[in-house]
Design a protein around this ligand. Sequence first.
Ligand code: ADP
Ligand code: MG
Length: 320
Amino acid sequence: MTENDLISLVARLTSRPASDVLLGIGDDAAVVKMPAGKSLVTCTDTLVSGVHFPAGTPARCVGFKSLAVNLSDMAAMAAQPRWIQLSLTLPAADAVWVREFISGFMALADRFQLILIGGDTCSGPLSITVQLMGFAGKDRWLTRGSANPGDLLVVSGELGGAAFALQQLERGQRPHPDLLQRLHEPQPRLHLGQALAAIASSCIDISDGLLLDLERLLQGSGYGASVQLEKLPSSALLAELPDTERWRLQLSGGDDYELCFSVPPSQRRSLQELAGSSDVAVNIIGEVTASAGICCYDVNGAVIQLQRAGFQHFEHSDES
Ligand code: ADP
Ligand code: MG
């Protein structure tokens, strides 16, 4: 297979009718029609084999996840995604792998009516870059850094399951299928994110561990947070772990792709209504504090110090 054959295969497998795509795959660039009165929202994320997923991860899972992590960013902005660009760097022109990859990728794309409009195809170590484009209503998107002291801190879904699965894989153990699914097929919280536009003061998606992403959520605001450890939502499959081990996975494990957001106390009722109608659980885990820094408390109110913050690229590289 040549590069052109691969592109034709991708184009064939992903072709869908779309009246807002004026020019799709096949030219030097794509042209789309923006809905009137909307603002363009765009994001991109790369998955590198051996860094973001274990080498040998099934191609279908890589396809699903490469789109899911980008959709999670769109969810955190309260945006509605619509168009995708897909840049594939592949060690070999393997049609079987590409078909599997695209089946996972399109399962999610079709669920949210997304259209692939272009991309790039290269040879090299396995790496996938997805760019999403979508829209938000005028002034109706969520950001980091705009929480206020007294705001409730809330997270969606459960934390720590994906990190537990990854840890088990790395130790040669076989994770429970539900945990493996958390790792390979994170569920982007798009509906929740869009609903939050009306009530949240700030929002981020948790990709590198709650503590690190909470720090990012508060960065620039000068404020901090208190977190009640017993309120951290966890799968029953993590319940038998010792507290400190479970907290470590929930606070710094990464790969959760849940939303972490702040809600002014005046919106508490709207939050409860949202929790009642949402397709995913939302749990209050603490609140924003006027003093900087994140403090974690156990059920007795004792401060718990945790060692590792979360995953950061280049963490151990030289400053110079
Ligand atoms: P150019 O050399 O002008 O960049 P390419 O050969 O890279 O053109 O791409 C040709 C067309 O195929 C473009 O429309 C591009 O967007 C599309 N394309 C290439 N690779 C992919 C891919 N992996 N997924 C979707 N579209 C792709
Ligand atoms: Mg190109």
